[in-house]
Ligand binder design. Structure first.
Ligand code: ATP
Ligand code: MG
Length: 342
């Protein structure tokens, strides 16, 4: 009865944080769970997206999923806008969630910036759509990066409030005492929060205006090496123990990236590089990053060259996603008290 759901936005500049914090985890989860991986294009348009670019970006994220090793036959890979139940359930959740809950969301505050009056209503309601993404499939586990923890807690609150508000109707329709499961966030591993290469206090982000702040999944070997060489550090040599990384966010970040890419612990990485200068470590990190990223990039480029194939994968995944979401959405309509003729 375990089902995984997770999504990545096609907002361009897919980066190493997305790969290590999300996509690489998705690949592992395929072995133990039934998984649904979604290119969340409706989330992307909460901020302006050029329509032509958006199509390419949807295909790029899909290609990254496949290139990283997600099997679209054994699991489901699709883009959100092809399954109308996401929008339908999000509307119900707009009516369940409270303004006060959403007002506390830090992602909205960060993304809206100073001029909050000018932010789209969609950017504010984003977490309700995210709750709908997960709960339209009764998903139980959601692998995400640390930055999505607050949204996951909100999704649980929404599920809980729906179950309570409609408890009588849920029981009357034979769905027992809880309609929605409370989804569990899975925030695990050494790479739950990869930081910007320019500022160790900000997360690596697609939307950071500085391209030097992130390693893009489409960067070539020279670009990757140059970005790591220029990455901000402090003047001290690397510590020889992991606790020496406290208060040194840039050093901590680079060691975490090395650990995540090599499958070792930060302590093991420092066992090799501790006490030495950043320059030696950075050269090794650049080589490792290129070795891990280049094959994925090459496979992404090969897949993107055939957009027809990618679109066919998304069409097939969407049909299979719909087959799960439609009966759940029908049940929601019955519980809420709507009339439906289908
Ligand atoms: P945007 O800036 O457009 O929000 P993003 O880089 O945050 O882009 P998303 O598509 O919002 O990417 O997130 C996709 C997944 O990647 C989520 O599970 C998110 O938690 C994870 N993720 C994003 N940034 C990082 C990061 N710096 N480190 C680890 N995981 C991350
Ligand atoms: Mg994000």
């Amino acid at each position: 009865k375990n089902r995984v759901f997770s999504g990545v936005q096609p907002t361009g500049n897919l980066h190493l944080g997305n790969y290590l914090g999300a996509i690489q985890r998705f690949v592992e989860m395929q072995k133990t769970h039934d998984c649904i991986f979604c290119v969340v294009d409706m989330h992307a348009v909460t901020v302006w997206q050029d329509p032509h670019e958006l199509k390419n970006q949807i295909r790029e994220v899909t290609a990254a999923f496949l290139a990283a090793g997600i099997d679209p036959k054994a699991h489901i890979v699709f883009n959100q806008s092809q399954v109308a139940e996401h929008a339908e359930l999000a509307w119900i959740f707009n009516c369940v969630a409270r303004m006060g809950w959403l007002n506390r969301m830090t992602q909205f505050k960060e993304k809206a910036g100073k001029d909050r009056e000018a932010a789209s209503v969609g950017l504010f309601a984003y977490p309700n759509l995210m709750a709908a993404d997960i709960l339209a499939y009764h998903a139980t586990h959601v692998p995400v990066g640390e930055d999505q923890k607050q949204h996951l807690e909100l999704a649980r609150d929404i599920a809980q409030k729906f179950n309570n508000d409609f408890a009588e109707s849920i029981a009357a329709h034979g769905f027992g005492d809880a309609f929605f499961p409370l989804p569990e966030p899975l925030i695990q591993g050494p790479a739950t929060r990869i930081m910007s290469l320019r500022d160790g206090t900000k997360k690596m982000s697609k939307s950071d205006p500085s391209d030097l702040s992130r390693i893009n999944m489409t960067d070539d070997a020279d670009t990757i090496a140059a970005k790591i060489r220029k990455a901000k550090t402090d003047p001290e040599p690397l510590p020889s123990e992991a606790k020496g990384l406290e208060g040194r966010p840039e050093a901590d970040n680079l060691v975490s990236i090395f650990a995540a890419l090599s499958g070792r612990t930060p302590a093991e990485v420092l066992g090799e590089f501790g006490g030495g200068p950043f320059s030696t470590f950075k050269t090794a990190l650049a080589d490792l990053t290129v070795a891990r990223v280049a094959p994925v990039t090459a496979e992404m480029q090969r897949l993107i060259a055939d957009p027809g194939h990618i679109d066919a994968v998304l069409a097939d995944g969407s049909a299979r996603a719909r087959a799960i979401a439609t009966p759940i959405m029908d049940a929601v309509k019955d519980v809420v008290g709507f009339i439906r003729s289908r």
